[in-house]
Design a protein around this ligand. Sequence first.
Ligand SMILES: Cc1cc2nc3c(=O)[nH]c(=O)nc-3n(C[C@H](O)[C@H](O)[C@H](O)COP(=O)(O)OP(=O)(O)OC[C@H]3O[C@@H](n4cnc5c(N)ncnc54)[C@H](O)[C@@H]3O)c2cc1C
Length: 559
Amino acid sequence: MSPRPERLEADVAIVGAGPVGLTLAMDLAQRGCSVVVLETRQRGEPPNVKCNHVAARTMEQFRRLGVAADVRNAGLPPDYPNDVVFRTAVTGVELARIHIPARATRYTDTSGPDGWWPTPEPPHRINQIYLEPILFAHAEARRGVTIRNRAEATSFEQDERGVTVQARDLDSGAALVVQAQYLIGCDGGRSMVRKAIGAAFVGTPVIQKVQSTYIRAPDLLARVSGRPAWCCYAYNPRRSGVCFAIDGRETFLIHNHFHPSEDDFDAVDRDASIRHILGVGADFRYDVISKEDWIGRRLVAERFRERRVFICGDAAHLWVPYAGYGMNAGIADAMNLSWHLASHLAGWAEGAVLDAYEIERLPITDQVSRFAMDHAQQMIKARGAVPRRIEEPGAEGDAIRAAFGRESYDLNVQQFCCAGLNFGYFYDRSPLIAYDGEPAPVYSMGSFTPSTVPGCRAPHFRVADGRSLHDACGPDYTLLRFDTSVATERLVEAARARRVPLAVLDVPRGVAPTEYRHALVLVRADQHVGWRGDTVPDDAIAWVERLRGAVPLTDRSPS
Ligand SMILES: Cc1cc2nc3c(=O)[nH]c(=O)nc-3n(C[C@H](O)[C@H](O)[C@H](O)COP(=O)(O)OP(=O)(O)OC[C@H]3O[C@@H](n4cnc5c(N)ncnc54)[C@H](O)[C@@H]3O)c2cc1C
């Protein structure tokens, strides 16, 4: 007779301890929920050497979770430039440079194109291999979080009372059962959870193939003239590629972008391509640490939910990593879902609040995926147009290089300083948001207009005592009051009557940016605006009912 399987119980089961699953676990625990995370990798097993960019919006969430300082202090050496350069080869002539401050001066150096960003936490460059252990340590230390490594979730069943996840220990083969109220698949691009809920990936399966190699090359930096850079685009007629500094000393990730005619990862000479990208001869020595080939895609799941089961991160969407936003978008999914789920589990939000997750996130995801795909197509075109004489010495060569450098800068500054992806997106059809008829400003990958139109991210500023707005706001709803003559007691009373956590923060008008034109602005847990007005609504209870998901989905009228 086989032994009875071990049983674990939690409010929420998460499949996958990648960056999205770990951040979700932390946030749920911070909101008072118990969580079991199942992960096939063994404890400490590194992920693939993929993601290098942690967006400002993600750093803001890490700040709220108390993780930002540890993340900021890891990765490249403190003074290693985070710049992006364009060269004829990694060791070749520099064509242009996007200045992104090193982490030592990241809070004070505002001279780069992202220096003006309205955020308490600018972006950070760090590879996933350094980021994930930090997230793991913080998640594991949280009360309420249980992480089971070498545990593969194999199937699940759900009914009106909860979800039962079947898993097995990959070392002992023993069965493990997790009983939870909700299940969230953060199990990456091949997600078992997504497939099991029948949510098909829709989009473009192949945009670009990239032969990618993680190397150790201790002599490379000495051969680079000028200042080093976090990311170097190499353009020459033989090969175009990208080189990312991983440890800032001797390890690098080299992406060899295939020409449209190339298809087979094994048919293209890896070593010759790497040497063309680096601009080094046969005498140069390096070791291959791992092969990290990848295919750029644009795939978005047609649904993010099936009753008690949700998907987040790569499980829900995969796109070509221009602007470095796959993980960041996944963490934004997780922070959206976590708040909705925790508010329902705490008893103050209706089950319908959970509908908001897909309604809010799916359109944004689709839009970002299209930005990334459009950019990929422009990059393919740019690689096909590398001037044949780009390496030619002399004045004519200089002019060719200057022109190509300018074009490269203009095309790429929007992906490396993607203000729009960070701060521009808005939720335009949420059942939880009270719209007032003013359209949200359009945004692009690289630009946005700060706005308090409901659904937009509340523009950041420092409150009177100098604290970041994000630090001053509570963990749930915060009503910013710019005019103390407007009595908010009726809203506070109504919120109390429905057990909706609502904090009121008085802000002298002079400290806020001009976008704050209304006397009252309601900021949600995810810093998006939920409502604004100059007076308290007549029906305060109806106002609160919307916030807690008690207004039917069909009723989107302004209130
Ligand atoms: C070359 C490249 C560069 C990139 N650069 C960036 C960047 O700069 N910025 C950015 O934001 N994104 C970037 N991305 C994307 C980023 O790497 C992913 O979006 C991110 O890893 C997704 O995180 P996740 O937690 O959703 O999934 P994953 O990282 O895939 O984690 C899923 C986890 O689930 C586990 N798992 C899977 N199935 C099971 C199961 N059945 N049971 C238990 N565990 C399971 C896996 O072991 C894994 O640990 C890049 C991607 C590539 C390919």
